[in-house]
Design a protein around this ligand. Structure first.
Ligand code: PLP
Length: 379
C-alpha cells in the first residue's frame, strides 16, 4: 500500500495516459447513451448502422484529406488481424520490413509465417531508433510502422525511392500514429490502424485507407489464388476484396461491435470539429514536448529516444535512473488515479510510457509531470 497522497489540486482532471487502449472522452459516452435506443442492439445490415459506418468513412476521408481514388475500408479483428490480411491479400510474393520494436517485429513474423510467401527481407534497427526497409529485388510490398508504440519512436512515412517503379506497395502500420502524427497519404498504399489509440474508441476493428494500387493488388492476388495449383489460402475473414466490397456498402463482413463504431464516429466528429488532423497533430506535439522538456530538465528522468527527430508525439517514453524504480512510481501514481504510464513490458526498461493522444488535455500532461516529480520526491 503506497503512503503517498498527491495533493488534490496537483492531480490531472483525467488520469488516463495509456498508449492503447487510451482515454475515452465523457462526451463520447454521452453519444453512446444517445445511441442506446436507436443503434445499440440493432442490425448492422439496416440503414441506421450503415449510416454510422458511412459517417466514419466520410469523416476519415475529410480528416486525412483523402487523395483521389483512395478508399476507407474497415473490418473486424484490429490491426493484428490486418497483418494477416496483408499476408493473405496484399503481398504478391515477398515483402520487406523495417523492424525496430515489438509491433514491427510482429508484422514481420506474420509475413515470415505465411507459407505461400517468400521469406521477407528484414531491415532491423535498434530499439529506440527506426529503420526503413531498403529497395530490394523481388519485393512487392514495403512494410513498417509510423509509430512504434513499444518504444515511442516515430518513423518517416515516405515511399522508398524506386519502390513505385518496382510496382511495390507501401504498407504502413499507423495504429498508434493515425490521428496524432502528420501524414501525406499519397506516400502510402495501405495506411491501417485500430480505433483504440488516437481515435479514443474500443478495440476489435481495423481501418485501412487504401490507394487504387492497393485495391488493384488485392484483386490480382485473389485472382491468382483462384488459379488451380496456387498454394495461397485467403480465409474469407482475411479477404481484403471482401472487406472492400462490404465497406463500399458501409458494412463489415461479419457483425461489428456497434458501440465501437459509435465511439469512433463521435471522436472523428470531435477531431474534425476542432480543426482536423492539423489541430490534432499540434495538440499532441504540445503535450509530447511538455514531457520531453520536463525529462530533459529532470535529475532522474531522460527521454529514451536519443534522436529528437525520432521522438514520438503520440507515445512518449522516458527512462528513470536506477535509484528511482519505475514500479514504485507507477504504483504510487495508480493509487492516486493516474494509470497506464508503464513502459512496454517486453522492452524491460526502468521506464515510463505516456500516451499523449488528442483526447488527452495538454494541461493534464503538464499536471502529470508535476505529479511524477511529487511522487519521486516523496518515495
Ligand atoms: C496497438 C498496436 C497494434 C495492435 O493493435 P490491435 O488492435 O490490438 O490488434 C499494432 N500495431 C501498433 C503499432 C500498435 O500500436
Amino acid at each position: 500500500m503506497s503512503t503517498i497522497t498527491i495533493p488534490q489540486n496537483m492531480l490531472p482532471a483525467d488520469g488516463r495516459f495509456g498508449s492503447g487502449p487510451t482515454k475515452i472522452r465523457r462526451e463520447q459516452i454521452l453519444d453512446l447513451t444517445n445511441a442506446a435506443d436507436t443503434l445499440l442492439g440493432t442490425s448492422h445490415r439496416q440503414r441506421p448502422v450503415k449510416q454510422l459506418v458511412e459517417s466514419i468513412r466520410e469523416g476519415l476521408a475529410e480528416f486525412f484529406s483523402l487523395p483521389a481514388g483512395y478508399e476507407v475500408v474497415l473490418g473486424n479483428g484490429g490491426a493484428s488481424a490486418f497483418w494477416d490480411v496483408v499476408c493473405c491479400s496484399l503481398v504478391s510474393r515477398k515483402a520487406a520490413c523495417g523492424v525496430y520494436g515489438s509491433f514491427t517485429k510482429k508484422m514481420a513474423a506474420s509475413l515470415s509465417s505465411a507459407p505461400f510467401l517468400e521469406e521477407p527481407a528484414i531491415y532491423e534497427g535498434d530499439f529506440g531508433t527506426w529503420r526503413l526497409p531498403e529497395l530490394t529485388d523481388g519485393v512487392d510490398a514495403y512494410c513498417w510502422a509510423q509509430n512504434e508504440t513499444s518504444t515511442g519512436v516515430a518513423a518517416p512515412v515516405k515511399r522508398i525511392a524506386g519502390s513505385v517503379n518496382q510496382g511495390a506497395l507501401t504498407i504502413i502500420d499507423a495504429t498508434s500514429g493515425a490521428g496524432a502524427l502528420p501524414v501525406d497519404l499519397s506516400q502510402t498504399d495501405a495506411y491501417y490502424f485500430s480505433p483504440q489509440k488516437a481515435f479514443g474508441s474500443e478495440g476489435g476493428l481495423w481501418v485501412a485507407i487504401l490507394s487504387p494500387e492497393a485495391i488493384e493488388r488485392a484483386e490480382a492476388v485473389k485472382e491468382n489464388a483462384a488459379v488451380p495449383g496456387s498454394i495461397r489460402w485467403i480465409p474469407p475473414f482475411l479477404s481484403l476484396t471482401s472487406a472492400i466490397s462490404n465497406s463500399r456498402k458501409n458494412q463489415t463482413l461479419n457483425t461489428p461491435a456497434i458501440s465501437t463504431l459509435v465511439l469512433m464516429e463521435s471522436q472523428i466528429r470531435y477531431l474534425n470539429g476542432n480543426g482536423g488532423l492539423d489541430w490534432a497533430v499540434k495538440r499532441c506535439e504540445r503535450s509530447a514536448n511538455t514531457v520531453y522538456s520536463w525529462a530533459e530538465a529532470s535529475r532522474y528522468a531522460s527521454p529514451y529516444v536519443v534522436d529528437e527527430e525520432a521522438r514520438s508525439h503520440a507515445v512518449v517514453t522516458v527512462d528513470l535512473i536506477d535509484a528511482v524504480p519505475a514500479a514504485a512510481v507507477l504504483e504510487a501514481l495508480r493509487d492516486n488515479g493516474i494509470v497506464d504510464v508503464n513502459g512496454y513490458r517486453a522492452l524491460g526498461r526502468n521506464q515510463l510510457r505516456i500516451g499523449v493522444f488528442p483526447s488527452v488535455d495538454p494541461s493534464d500532461v503538464e499536471a502529470l509531470t508535476h505529479c511524477i516529480d511529487y511522487v519521486i520526491e516523496h518515495l
